[in-house]
Design a protein around this ligand. Sequence first.
Ligand code: AMP
Length: 113
Amino acid sequence: MPDTIFHRILRREVPATFLHEDDLCFVIKDVHPQAPFHALVIPKATLESVGTATDADAALLGHLLVVARKVATAAGYGHAFRVVTNAGAGAGQSVPQLHLHLLAGRPLSWPPG
Ligand code: AMP
Protein backbone atom coordinates (compact mmCIF):
# COMPACT_ATOMS: atom_id res chain seq x y z
CA MET A 1 0.00 0.00 0.00
CA PRO A 2 1.43 3.42 -0.86
CA ASP A 3 1.82 5.71 2.12
CA THR A 4 1.92 9.33 1.08
CA ILE A 5 2.07 12.59 3.00
CA PHE A 6 -1.72 12.77 2.59
CA HIS A 7 -2.20 9.36 4.25
CA ARG A 8 -0.08 10.59 7.15
CA ILE A 9 -2.11 13.80 7.39
CA LEU A 10 -5.33 11.77 7.43
CA ARG A 11 -3.92 9.70 10.33
CA ARG A 12 -3.04 12.99 12.10
CA GLU A 13 0.65 12.07 12.09
CA VAL A 14 1.45 15.26 10.17
CA PRO A 15 -0.29 18.55 10.97
CA ALA A 16 -2.57 20.23 8.45
CA THR A 17 -5.49 22.62 8.45
CA PHE A 18 -8.65 20.63 7.78
CA LEU A 19 -11.50 22.47 6.08
CA HIS A 20 -13.79 19.46 5.65
CA GLU A 21 -13.96 15.75 6.40
CA ASP A 22 -16.59 13.12 5.66
CA ASP A 23 -16.74 9.37 5.14
CA LEU A 24 -15.16 9.53 1.69
CA CYS A 25 -12.77 12.45 1.63
CA PHE A 26 -11.07 15.29 3.46
CA VAL A 27 -10.02 18.80 2.51
CA ILE A 28 -6.89 20.58 3.75
CA LYS A 29 -5.19 23.87 3.03
CA ASP A 30 -2.24 23.50 0.65
CA VAL A 31 1.01 24.19 2.50
CA HIS A 32 2.41 26.07 -0.53
CA PRO A 33 -0.62 28.05 -1.72
CA GLN A 34 -0.66 29.14 -5.36
CA ALA A 35 -3.62 31.48 -4.80
CA PRO A 36 -5.11 33.33 -1.81
CA PHE A 37 -7.34 30.28 -1.38
CA HIS A 38 -5.74 26.91 -2.21
CA ALA A 39 -7.14 23.69 -0.79
CA LEU A 40 -6.73 20.02 -1.64
CA VAL A 41 -9.69 17.64 -1.87
CA ILE A 42 -8.40 14.13 -1.17
CA PRO A 43 -10.19 10.78 -1.11
CA LYS A 44 -9.65 8.63 1.97
CA ALA A 45 -9.38 5.52 -0.18
CA THR A 46 -6.00 4.97 -1.75
CA LEU A 47 -6.19 5.99 -5.42
CA GLU A 48 -3.12 7.17 -7.28
CA SER A 49 -4.70 9.63 -9.69
CA VAL A 50 -7.53 10.16 -12.15
CA GLY A 51 -5.19 8.38 -14.53
CA THR A 52 -5.71 5.11 -12.67
CA ALA A 53 -9.39 5.57 -11.79
CA THR A 54 -11.94 3.07 -13.05
CA ASP A 55 -15.71 2.92 -13.50
CA ALA A 56 -15.91 1.81 -9.87
CA ASP A 57 -14.53 5.20 -8.81
CA ALA A 58 -17.13 7.27 -10.67
CA ALA A 59 -19.31 8.09 -7.64
CA LEU A 60 -16.26 8.97 -5.54
CA LEU A 61 -14.91 11.31 -8.21
CA GLY A 62 -18.29 13.03 -8.44
CA HIS A 63 -18.37 13.39 -4.68
CA LEU A 64 -14.97 15.09 -4.69
CA LEU A 65 -16.25 17.71 -7.15
CA VAL A 66 -19.39 18.38 -5.13
CA VAL A 67 -17.27 18.77 -1.98
CA ALA A 68 -14.97 21.15 -3.86
CA ARG A 69 -17.99 23.29 -4.76
CA LYS A 70 -19.24 23.28 -1.16
CA VAL A 71 -15.84 24.20 0.28
CA ALA A 72 -15.34 26.98 -2.29
CA THR A 73 -18.79 28.35 -1.53
CA ALA A 74 -18.27 28.18 2.23
CA ALA A 75 -15.02 30.13 1.82
CA GLY A 76 -16.81 32.82 -0.18
CA TYR A 77 -15.48 31.82 -3.59
CA GLY A 78 -18.51 30.06 -5.03
CA HIS A 79 -18.71 32.62 -7.84
CA ALA A 80 -15.21 31.91 -9.23
CA PHE A 81 -12.93 29.02 -8.47
CA ARG A 82 -10.81 26.46 -10.31
CA VAL A 83 -10.55 22.72 -9.75
CA VAL A 84 -7.56 21.01 -11.30
CA THR A 85 -5.90 17.63 -10.81
CA ASN A 86 -2.50 16.53 -12.02
CA ALA A 87 -2.31 12.93 -13.24
CA GLY A 88 1.23 11.67 -13.59
CA ALA A 89 4.63 13.21 -12.95
CA GLY A 90 4.70 14.67 -16.45
CA ALA A 91 1.59 16.66 -15.58
CA GLY A 92 3.11 17.94 -12.35
CA GLN A 93 1.83 15.34 -9.90
CA SER A 94 4.25 15.15 -6.97
CA VAL A 95 2.14 13.21 -4.44
CA PRO A 96 0.90 9.84 -5.77
CA GLN A 97 -2.50 10.01 -4.07
CA LEU A 98 -5.35 11.57 -6.04
CA HIS A 99 -6.13 15.15 -5.03
CA LEU A 100 -8.08 18.00 -6.52
CA HIS A 101 -6.50 21.43 -6.25
CA LEU A 102 -9.14 24.03 -5.40
CA LEU A 103 -7.89 27.53 -6.24
CA ALA A 104 -9.58 30.91 -5.84
CA GLY A 105 -9.11 34.49 -4.77
CA ARG A 106 -7.17 35.87 -7.72
CA PRO A 107 -7.68 36.08 -11.49
CA LEU A 108 -7.00 32.61 -12.90
CA SER A 109 -5.63 32.82 -16.40
CA TRP A 110 -6.10 30.28 -19.15
CA PRO A 111 -4.37 28.20 -20.37
CA PRO A 112 -2.67 27.17 -17.13
CA GLY A 113 1.08 26.66 -17.16
P1 AMP B 1 0.74 17.84 -6.96
O1 AMP B 1 2.05 18.48 -7.33
O2 AMP B 1 -0.36 18.08 -7.94
O3 AMP B 1 0.92 16.37 -6.63
O4 AMP B 1 0.25 18.58 -5.64
C1 AMP B 1 0.72 18.24 -4.39
C2 AMP B 1 0.39 19.38 -3.49
O5 AMP B 1 0.51 18.95 -2.14
C3 AMP B 1 1.29 20.61 -3.66
O6 AMP B 1 0.51 21.74 -4.02
C4 AMP B 1 1.93 20.76 -2.29
O7 AMP B 1 2.10 22.11 -1.92
C5 AMP B 1 0.93 20.05 -1.40
N1 AMP B 1 1.50 19.54 -0.17
C6 AMP B 1 2.61 18.78 -0.01
N2 AMP B 1 2.82 18.51 1.28
C7 AMP B 1 1.79 19.08 1.96
C8 AMP B 1 1.45 19.16 3.34
N3 AMP B 1 2.20 18.57 4.29
N4 AMP B 1 0.32 19.83 3.68
C9 AMP B 1 -0.43 20.43 2.74
N5 AMP B 1 -0.15 20.39 1.42
C10 AMP B 1 0.95 19.74 1.04
